[in-house]
Write a protein that binds this ligand. Structure first.
Ligand code: SF4
Length: 483
């Protein structure tokens, strides 16, 4: 099955403002404290559970191989999944882009006469801006994951793939509840959770439609799996009469036996758990009135740029991501600026490679450069995605597609290339350049002025010291030694 060409699209996109947003985030001390605390906690938990897993590397390699195989024959697996799912009564829909996806959901809600819709956590519905689309039609989508619910209450977007409200401290959440729900402003975490639970319990019973994401879909039987820790996904998908699951087309696994590997990789990497608390598997609607579960089960398979990613030999492995969030927790950039600075539904290292590919590099120019290329993301990734390699690949695309953005950089490299090809030119360039570089690096007023005025130096020296050029170059020292 060949899916048609896509028109990529993503909600809440403001990725080109990364620089300004990151600088603002760096000034936000409460945000940085909340981030440091949460990311350290998750990274520590992950470290502890991995200490008990001597065969972790083999498991990662195996996960990588399964995903590579699944992606290499995705058309075949998709066709298989659709056949099997439909044979068991699941209705399958395809959407090429965000607009088509929202139309499918709106059409379903209209047919059901739905007003309240409960949702369990799903990044892909964030990607298509589903809540805004439903609200525009007068419907009431209600997030039921606690973090997502908090973020929805605050009128914000998630800032982490698995911990949507990671940017908020407990005290901020207590103040939010006080402002929006009229509770006391000094509730502790348990009391805040009880408030949310009480409100949400009533909402499940009112809802006509429940929407979930999908962690993994199994082609063999047309089944899909939803993982969660709060029980909210189970209530969202079983109490309403109709369940709609929205998934990116990359979520497919060929066989049931593949699942075992990912059920071990994902919770350990994401939350440092041995197993996720609730693992719900769906294979069609209920078969008889006495059975439990929804009358109708629908799966919406979204492309939204993924087919184009599949065709890129270097970047294809981006689609192997299982959205564990581990790369965010160790990323020195994410840990300082948080998720909102990325101006994209997908933040952190995985966002820096997913977003430009789904929306086009011109709409996310700074993201491939929002990395120190330290490689921590690659080292923790449970499916061994080589994120730094893809970042470099995307940086190349940014320069290719937007050559006018870096004329000074290109001029600099051209001059460097001319000098590097001739020993004489190199000698002259270093003789002339060394005192200038030393002056620019000096703490003197002239040095400060030079750093402020010369555009390439401005960016480099904004948050770091310019290294001082040596008084005597290596070539001169070598020549003296020879003499
Ligand atoms: S890229 Fe790897 S570490 Fe990051 S979210 Fe995806 S699977 Fe997890």
């Amino acid at each position: 099955m060949k899916l048609p060409e896509t028109a990529s699209n993503m909600a809440h996109l403001n990725a080109n403002a990364f620089g300004a947003a990151a600088r603002a985030a760096l000034e936000d001390q409460p945000l940085r404290s909340a981030l440091a605390k949460a990311t350290d906690t998750f990274a520590d938990r992950r470290g502890r559970v991995l200490d008990e897993m001597p065969a972790w590397e083999e498991l990662r390699t195996h996960g990588n191989a399964i995903k590579a195989e699944a992606l290499s024959r995705l058309d075949h697996h998709l066709a298989h999944f659709v056949r099997e799912a439909e044979a068991r009564g699941t209705k399958v829909h395809f959407a090429r882009n965000r607009a088509e996806a929202c139309q499918v959901v709106e059409g379903l809600a209209d047919r059901l006469g739905a007003r309240t819709i409960v949702k369990s956590k799903s990044m892909v519905t964030e990607e298509i801006g589903l809540n805004a689309a439903l609200e525009a039609r007068g419907l009431e989508p209600v997030e039921t994951d606690l973090g997502e619910w908090i973020v929805q209450l605050a009128g914000e977007t998630p800032s982490h793939i698995i911990v949507p409200a990671i940017h908020k401290s407990k005290d901020e959440i207590a103040r939010l509840f006080q402002e929006k729900l009229g509770t006391d402003g000094d509730l502790d975490a348990e009391e805040l959770t009880a408030v949310a639970r009480k409100i949400l319990r009533g909402t499940y019973l009112e809802a006509e439609l429940g929407i979930s994401g999908v962690n993994f879909a199994i082609a063999e039987t047309g089944s899909f799996l939803v993982l969660e820790n709060e029980g909210n996904a189970r209530l969202s998908t079983s109490l309403p009469r109709v369940h709609l699951a929205v998934m990116g087309l990359e979520k497919l696994l060929p066989r049931w036996q593949d699942l075992e590997t990912f059920l071990r990789l994902l919770p350990r990497s994401g939350t440092g758990q041995h197993l996720t608390s609730y693992q719900s598997i769906f294979t069609g609607p209920k078969q008889s009135p006495e059975d439990e579960g929804p009358d109708e089960v629908h799966v919406l398979i979204l492309d939204n740029g993924r087919s184009a990613v599949l065709e890129d030999d270097v970047a294809r492995e981006t689609l192997a991501c299982i959205r564990c969030g581990a790369c965010l927790n160790v990323c020195p950039v994410y840990r300082q600026v948080g998720g909102h600075a990325y101006g994209s539904v997908y933040p952190g290292p995985i966002g820096a490679i997913v977003t430009p590919q789904l929306v086009g590099t011109e709409s996310a120019v700074p993201l491939p450069s929002a990395s120190s290329l330290c490689g921590a993301c690659r080292d923790v990734c449970p499916v061994k995605i080589d994120i730094p390699r893809i970042l470099l690949h995307l940086r190349g695309k940014v320069v290719e597609r937007m050559p006018t953005r870096a004329p000074l950089e290109r001029l600099g490299f051209r001059m460097w290339s001319l000098a590097a090809r001739s020993p004489r030119a190199w000698r002259i360039a270093t003789r002339v350049g060394r005192p200038l570089a030393r002056l620019a690096a000096s703490p003197s007023g002239v040095g400060r002025l030079a750093r402020r005025l010369v555009p390439p130096l401005q960016g480099w020296t904004h948050g770091r010291a310019l290294p001082r050029a040596a008084k005597v170059s290596f070539r001169e020292r070598y020549a003296r030694r020879e003499a």
